[in-house]
Design a protein around this ligand. Structure first.
Ligand code: ARG
Ligand code: GLU
Length: 706
């Protein structure tokens, strides 16, 4: 009887258990995932998602800027992404007079949309398998370094050729640790304009406290528009440009969602390392994560203090602070998760099974027998170099003025061939732009704290007087003011200028550290090359070992599909996360005394008058509220920010923006029982646009399914 019960229970749960990890290649969905996706509830075909010949949903997905995803949501080139993805751009458009970060921004018509210099949006036109061409002339017997040189040469040549053939941007990327290569043909648009952006009190609500956490109430979205020339082609900004007509745009579904609904995400996940060996995981847990966390903790404390003191400093550091805090917290969560879940032990168990398989066959022993021990050896040998590189990146260069001394090197190196002194004006401009983005007292404090720590860690026996160094850097060096630099360049004598630079403290210190780091990097690169060669074989072996099991390549900032179910989770022993949050929860967190949790009065008023438009749901007590965020089992990572979260019929139901704290380890080890992505419900986005931003004209251009 009992067994029957268990059996029935298993049958009952089975459909849910199908959800699985993986960031899948859109052009292989048909052969690898379509059946699975349809069995989980998907109503469209793999070809509706990606098709080389016909239009497909792929044509509504873009790379936003350099690291996020966005989706096209109207026939007039309107795109939706995360607030935090547009944050740097909007910071650049902001000033104390027009602070769009704290006030928000809503264009009332096309004329009011704001050009965003430097921002780009990139479509994927086509993806080709070029493995054979890239591997041309390669023999397995060749040394790793020779192989990689040949491959690089092939890639460069092929990219050139494809660019000439197509006229588009071309990028070839390696998959499965250099076992396969795919070519991405891309179209990049450069006239992008800001259309709608909620204030921090909505778009960044909960700030760093709630970041990477559930329950979540951040209205993390921003709306932009792609402009093109009259031929609908990419063009630099011009008042003559017109809204871009996309090949495809998303229909938006506001009918409502439920737990266990099938859902999938289309976007550009940045980087994962799911196939690391146990020694690789150890490196993350014992070297890189802890070093990074420690430096960032200090840097953030200094920033917090400075930013709370005045608004100018707040704006200067808002975006830097957000990105530093973001990964600081992620690494903390990752380290905690990996530790709690015995990641190294788990990897070791998997490795033992793998070795058993290897040891069953003489051929395999010859090919793969030493792989894991060689990896272990490489990791242990490179440990110091890895640590040192982190001390440089996170510690030494935290002082931005010290890093900026690269400008003196550039001037020094450019002097020999300089033909026109007028050209040197750009250096002064560069320095004055730099000074607009930093606060000297704050930057000095970074140096005093972090540079000191880094030097102590790297050279415990040398005692450099960091304060003397910083005093000279900030008060006496050529870089200490734009005037100093101007005065130097005004001498217009190459050899005098050169010798002045060579005597300069900023220059000398920079060259010393830069050279030291580069030497370390050379050593590290050699070791990395070996490691890459070993992973190439290891992944190949793993695919043979797990024959029949679908394999996905690690994220590498290329277009992927991930799928799963809307679902809550038991995140910690005895702690259940309900799958959905609502506006009620945001209002409950409102705290006018804490900036991160201060909700704009207008939203509070909308909440009280229950003016929710078409976007409300009914609670159990019969009252109305607006759904805000939801959890799902989609396997996502950084870069998936702004990605469309899509229902079984291919319609937009939300925008991906985060993961839960307990599952941040998913970049190294995904666990369906712990990992959840966090999505902003599209109804909250539309509610804010229509009722808070009063930008109904934007809703009117969307295709909304009710
Ligand atoms: N954690 C999310 C992501 O990785 C959101 C980050 C927003 N930044 C922040 N510091 N709150 O991008
Ligand atoms: N917020 C992340 C990003 O900027 C996405 C969340 C994640 O890392 O899963 O891409």
């Amino acid at each position: 009887m009992r067994n029957l019960g268990v059996l029935l229970l298993m049958v009952f749960i089975a459909p849910l258990a199908q959800a699985k990890e993986g960031m899948w290649l859109p052009f292989l969905l048909e052969q690898m995932n379509e059946k699975d996706m349809r069995s989980m509830g998907m109503k469209i075909k793999a070809r509706d998602i990606y098709d080389i010949n016909e239009g497909s949903l792929k044509d509504a997905i873009v790379i936003f800027g350099s690291g996020c995803t966005a989706e096209v949501i109207s026939e007039k080139g309107l795109i939706l992404t995360n607030h935090h993805c547009g944050y740097g751009t909007v910071q650049g458009l902001s000033s104390v007079e027009h602070n769009y970060l704290t006030q928000g921004f809503w264009a009332k018509n096309h004329q009011e949309e704001l050009p965003c210099p430097g921002l780009t949006v990139t479509f994927i036109v086509r993806i080709d398998d070029v493995t054979e061409q890239v591997k041309q002339g390669i023999q397995e017997s060749m040394e790793d370094s020779i192989q990689s040189k040949l491959i690089q040469a092939n890639i460069t040549q092929l990219e050139k050729q494809k660019k000439a053939e197509t006229g588009y941007d071309v990028l070839i990327k390696s998959f499965f640790s250099d076992n396969e290569y795919y070519c991405f043909i891309m179209e990049k648009f450069t006239d992008i304009r800001l259309v709608g952006f909620p204030p921090n009190g909505i778009g960044k609500f909960g700030g760093d406290t709630d970041n990477w956490a559930w329950p979540r109430h951040t209205g993390d979205f921003g709306v932009f528009r792609i402009y093109a020339n009259k031929e609908n082609k990419p063009a630099v900004y011009s008042a003559e440009n017109v809204p871009f007509k996309p090949r495809r745009s998303f229909a938006i579904n506001i009918e409502g969602i439920e737990e266990n609904d099938f859902t999938w995400v289309y976007g550009f996940p940045g980087r994962t390392t799911e196939y690391l060996s146990s020694a690789g995981v150890r490196e993350v847990m014992e070297t890189t994560d802890p070093i990074r966390i420690a430096y960032r903790e200090k840097r953030l404390a200094i920033m917090k203090d400075a930013m709370s003191k005045d608004e100018k400093t707040f704006i200067q550091y808002a975006s830097k602070q957000a990105s530093i805090a973001n990964y600081w917290k992620k690494w903390k969560g990752e380290l905690l998760g990996l530790t709690k879940n015995n990641a190294i032990e788990k990897k070791k168990q998997e490795e033992a099974q793998f070795m058993q398989w290897v040891n069953n066959d003489a051929n395999r022993i010859a090919q793969y027998g030493q792989l894991l021990s060689n990896l272990e050896d490489c990791y242990s040998k490179q440990q110091q170099a890895v640590a040192k590189n982190e001390h440089y990146n996170e510690g030494v260069w935290a002082c931005e003025l010290l890093k900026k001394a690269s400008l003196l090197r550039d001037i020094h190196d450019a002097l020999d061939t300089l033909s026109d002194w007028g050209l040197t004006e750009k250096y002064v401009k560069d320095l004055s732009a730099f000074y607009k983005q930093i606060n000297k007292t704050t930057d000095y404090a970074f140096g005093k704290e972090l540079l000191t720590d880094a030097l102590n860690a790297m050279y415990p026996n040398d005692h450099l007087n960091v304060e003397n160094l910083l005093d000279a850097l900030f008060q006496k060096s050529i870089l200490s003011s734009e005037e100093n630099l101007k005065r130097l360049l005004a001498i217009k004598d190459k050899s005098i200028i050169k010798s002045e630079i060579e005597k300069d403290i900023a220059y000398k210190t920079f060259i010393y550290f830069d050279t030291d780091q580069k030497n370390n990097l050379t050593q590290l690169r050699e070791s990395q090359q070996k490691i890459t060669g070993l992973y190439k074989k290891y992944i190949k072996a793993l695919r043979e070992f797990k024959e029949g099991k679908q394999f996905y390549p690690d994220a590498n900032s290329t277009l992927r599909v991930t799928y799963g179910n809307i679902q809550g989770v038991e995140a910690q022993d005895g702690m259940l996360y309900h799958w959905q949050t609502t506006l009620d929860g945001a209002i409950a967190k409102n705290n006018p005394n804490v900036t991160e949790f201060k909700i704009p009065q207008k939203l509070i008023d909308l909440f009280h008058t229950k003016d929710f438009g078409d976007y409300s749901i009914e609670k159990e007590n019969g009252e109305k509220t607006v759904p805000l965020a939801f959890l799902a089992t989609n396997h996502t990572t950084g870069g998936n920010s702004g990605s469309p979260v899509i229902n079984a019929r291919g319609e937009l139901i939300g925008t991906n923006f985060d993961r839960i704290w307990e599952g941040t380890m998913s970049d190294v080890m995904y666990d369906i029982n712990l990992c959840r992505n966090i999505t902003l419900d599209i109804r909250y986005t539309l509610f804010i646009i229509e009722k808070f931003g009063e930008a109904r004209w934007l809703i009117d251009e969307m295709n909304i399914v009710k």
